[in-house]
Design a protein around this ligand. Structure first.
Ligand code: ATP
Ligand code: MN
Ligand code: MN
Length: 302
């Protein structure tokens, strides 16, 4: 069967120079999946993960006692990571303080993060160089509680149309949670202020034009059957989940790139899980899903 064929070729954590401790520790209790299973997933999809994750300041979600216990976000270096987890000093706030942020360049670095109980990889909208020029716009569609996924898909398609009208090609990412992220690659010409301003103005304009579907207001009590267009992902220091990152959620889902054509038939944002490494690799053909997220586009000035 094709699945077995795919499996035979998968890399596992054992293929990396890495000391993985407690591989049998169950970290997805509902699914009986272990730290070793998670490491094997990441080992298999590492090349796909690195397409977006490489050289991007990261925030990690680490869950030392598994996803159902206390997890924490890690933004800054605390000195505990492996040697392939690299550091870059980043100014924060008014530019008066500087902190070391983490990034990786190679698969082994991502696996070292997993060794330190990372489940999720989140990244900035820019790479470490040029840090001040984002290479992607992300519209994070956050549906109101209980809103059907068909509504989220329709909203994503609507967003696509409107961004196409402004000359931006976009790509949908199943978040692995409830929503979809609509991603537009940028040419790294515009700075953070311009990118954030565009995202905010665009989102507010849509919410005004189509208030039955969208809101640009972060307050949950403003959502009421609508989708919050989370434009705040596009400010300096904000992060979004990386394609192929696992999620610390029930079912061990992953954030998965899909094509617009495929999205139509997808029934939930958590369709793919860490058990699906072979399927994800096969779909992507080793190189990344047919141009997903590729391209260098100029930020529209509209
Ligand atoms: P869903 O589809 O379920 O909304 P999501 O990944 O989009 O999944 P959000 O809560 O919308 O989850 O958050 C969007 C992004 O904002 C996250 O992927 C994460 O990178 C970032 N984020 C959210 N909460 C925090 C937090 N407390 N600290 C740092 N970053 C956060
Ligand atoms: Mn979201
Ligand atoms: Mn959000």
């Amino acid at each position: 069967a094709p699945k077995t064929k795919g499996k035979a070729k998968l890399r596992t954590a054992a293929d990396f120079k890495l000391r993985l401790t407690s591989p049998d520790k169950v970290i997805f209790p509902e699914d009986g999946l272990t730290k070793g299973d998670l490491a094997d997933y990441y080992a298999a999809v590492a090349d796909l993960l690195l397409i977006d994750l490489a050289k991007r300041p990261m925030t990690l979600i680490r869950c030392p006692a598994g996803r159902a216990k206390k997890c924490f976000f890690q933004k800054h270096d605390t000195g505990s990571m492996g040697e392939h987890v690299l550091r870059i000093p980043v100014t924060e706030g008014a530019g008066t303080t500087e902190e070391d942020y983490l990034y990786v360049e190679e698969a082994v670095g991502a696996l070292e993060c997993v060794q330190m109980n990372t489940i999720e990889f989140h990244g900035w909208g820019s790479r470490i160089d040029p840090l001040e020029k984002p290479d992607r716009l992300v519209f994070d569609l956050d549906p109101d509680e209980g809103l059907g996924f068909d509504k989220v898909k329709a909203a994503a398609v609507r967003l696509r149309e409107m961004l196409t009208d402004l000359g931006l090609e976009t790509f949908p990412l199943l978040s692995g949670g409830k929503g979809i992220h609509v991603v537009a690659p940028l040419d790294q010409e515009a700075d953070w202020a311009a990118v954030k301003s565009f995202a905010e103005r665009f989102s507010r304009a849509i919410a005004e034009a189509e208030p039955e579907t969208f809101t640009a207001n972060i307050r949950k009590n403003q959502r009421k059957g609508r989708i919050f267009l989370d434009w705040l992902r596009n400010q300096r220091g904000a992060t979004a989940v990386m394609p192929y990152s696992a999620r610390a959620r029930d079912g061990a889902p992953v954030a998965a790139p899909v094509s617009w054509e495929e999205l139509d038939a997808v029934e939930a944002a958590n369709l793919y899980t860490i058990r699906d490494a072979a399927v994800l690799l096969e779909r992507a053909g080793g190189k990344g899903l047919k141009g997903w997220g590729q391209g260098r586009q100029t930020l529209p000035d509209a």
